[in-house]
Design a protein around this ligand. Structure first.
Ligand code: SF4
Length: 238
């Protein structure tokens, strides 16, 4: 009984909102998957179990912030810091902290033991995110703090702001916005379907049906609706 009720609680909270801007977590990710997200294209439903994992990630953030907020050596200048409002992208850094000499953007990531054990350097997608936080917020340095969800071990990596990388990421998002506005589905990522993003992608099925290159969204949408190959999870939009 409880299992079903708890699952229902999470599934009822699923949000399939219209997306009008990018999030910092989109930086460097598959353009096609982001395009499909903007268009509310048919996607695999997320399981309640996965939604609970996101919730667990939030509780790990709180667990890490607790000691930081009470120690003398580190001052938490601000937590949950939104980047300044602008049209292209939104994002919220976990915290800005100070060691008394310098300011740092802090981004906390949790992962399972298997991934944590093999983590000798920060993940590319996380570097992309922190570089954009550094681009929009004051500090010139960032810390990626990784938490092993199973053992609570920690690993941390410091990095400097890299303006070149930040501008490359923003240019890619701006180019993708042009495709979204002109209804052109971007090509698949080069390593399709072996890339880790494809393994976890909710749009695998329609991505496979669309083919590899640039594709007209209008034509493709008509095709999948006519064939009824993939049932939309909600109405598709322009
Ligand atoms: S399956 Fe891979 S290439 Fe296709 S949309 Fe998803 S992440 Fe992108």
């Amino acid at each position: 009984m409880l299992k079903e009720l708890i699952n229902k609680f999470y599934l009822d909270q699923r949000k399939d909102r219209e997306q009008h801007h990018f999030y910092i977590t989109d930086a460097g990710k598959c353009s096609r998957a982001i395009f499909f997200k903007f268009k509310k294209a048919p996607r695999e439903e997320m399981e309640a179990r996965v939604l609970r994992l996101f919730d667990h990630g939030d509780s790990i953030h709180r667990l890490i912030m607790k000691p930081l907020l009470s120690m003398r050596e580190i001052h938490v200048v601000a937590s949950e810091v939104d980047i300044p409002p602008q049209e292209l992208i939104r994002g919220r850094a976990d915290a800005i902290i100070s060691d008394g000499k310098e300011l740092y953007v802090l981004d906390i990531k949790s992962m399972n033991s298997m991934v944590f054990k093999n983590l000798n350097q920060p993940k590319e997608e996380h570097i992309n995110q922190i570089q954009l936080y550094l681009h929009y917020l004051d500090p010139q340095k960032g810390i990626l703090l990784y938490v092993n969800k199973d053992s609570q071990e920690l690993k941390e990596f410091e990095m400097f702001y890299d303006p070149k990388r930040a501008h490359t990421l923003l240019k890619a998002l701006s180019d993708l916005k042009t495709k979204i506005d002109s209804n052109v589905i971007p090509p698949r990522i080069l390593e399709w379907p072996g890339n880790w993003q494809c393994q976890y992608c909710q749009f695998k099925e329609i991505c496979s049906a669309a083919g590899e290159g640039n594709v007209s969204w209008e034509n493709f949408k008509k095709k999948i609706e006519a064939q009824g190959e993939v049932k939309p999870s909600s109405t598709t939009s322009n």
